[in-house]
Design a protein around this ligand. Sequence first.
Ligand code: GAP
Length: 453
Amino acid sequence: MNAPTDAQRMEKIVSLCKRRGFIFQSSEIYGGLNGAWDYGPLGVELKRNLKNYWWRVMVHERDDVVGIDGAILTHPAVLKASGHVEGFSDPMIDCRTCKAHFRADQLAEKKGVRQCPNCGGKDLTEARQFNLMFETHVGASAEESSVAYLRPETAQSIFVQFKNILEVSRKKLPFGIAQIGKAFRNEINPRNFTFRSREFEQMELEYFCRPEQGMEFLEYWKEERLKFYENVGLSRANLNVLDVPDQERAFYSKGTYDIEYDFPFGRQELEGVAYRTDYDLSQHQKASGKSLEYFDEETKERFIPHVVEPSAGVDRTVLALICEAYTEDQAPNDKGEMESRIVLRFSPRIAPIKCAVFPLLKNKEQLVAKAKEVVRLLRPDMTVFYDESGAIGRRYRRQDEIGTPFGVTVDFETLGEKDPALRDTVTVRDRDSMKQERIAIQDLSAILLERLR
Ligand code: GAP
């Protein structure tokens, strides 16, 4: 079942992303570059937090996974062996009336007649295959020998370095190699904000195992990845697992799950978890003539490992996090009157700014000095935003809109002016409940860190 779409909600999210500095159109002052996006000061923090959390749970917290950071420029032989040069294409149709290009599956049909979704024209070409890889030239000459590709997925450098990593890490099956990095696809029709871009980032794990373990690890990784999405704040109700039918899977895959999210523009793929058998390593062994076999010391067998691949999109997950977090509700202003507010209810774990610090009044030197001291204390442990301008309610509101989970206020109690017992304590306001509690400055960092883990 497809999720209902909500174009208005999506418009508000896109506009908030620009207004508050999460995501900008690339090259905007020159009219924009279609399919490319720049992450602003808050977007880059959100994206990093997501990638760091993925790296933490997929690599650091495990004994059986190591990392790699491969090159983007890829030797054509790699992508010939993997099948990308021949087959990494989408069927494309042109409209002869408005000259627009479309993926064949994006065409509209009216009473059984194919129509251009741009101008409604019916004069369309037949579908032809369009290779999605970006080709470039390495070195000064533009001869064929110097052709290289921008990688269309991060996975291939993992397969190509399999033997080196096996040797240096001395891992035994089952074990995995993880990578986060840019990938490039010349998408015919980039759309839905950052969802389908031409330049994007992937977080991929290639988990190698014995052939008879493939199906079991497919199930295992599907479950692990669902847990991951819940742990970064996506609700299970908005996630869906699609068991990709035989006829839609890559021919070498024995099983693939798509983890989908209900975006305001519909249910769409966040991640593919695919059992790719021994296809990739076998292809590279054949094409390179180098052995990519594994020697099992216990059974004395030599074989090409099978692989299960959870492959997630960074940008798509960032977009899902923003869509999930976006909320409009009512909150009291400084006069106690209810006002509508926009809140990004990010999980504290991935929120771009963890804590905002406010002196109650900006013209009271002692409050300002104390607030700056609190900022200095917290900064080594978390991202902190200092704000002294405007009424306190407005300052909270600005932080709610960017999803800052905690607001710390330095007031006259902090200075011990009313009750000496409260000297060097601050109020901590929770973004979602808007409740405030008093915490001693010396405990602040440890208490907040516990809530951010
Ligand atoms: N190595 C396997 C692989 O690349 P994929 O399904 O083509 O599989 C994996 O891509 C993930 O990469 C997708 O689930 C999606 O999150 C992300 N992705 C793919 N194409 C994208 C695009 N044009 N824009 C943004 N993200 C994309």
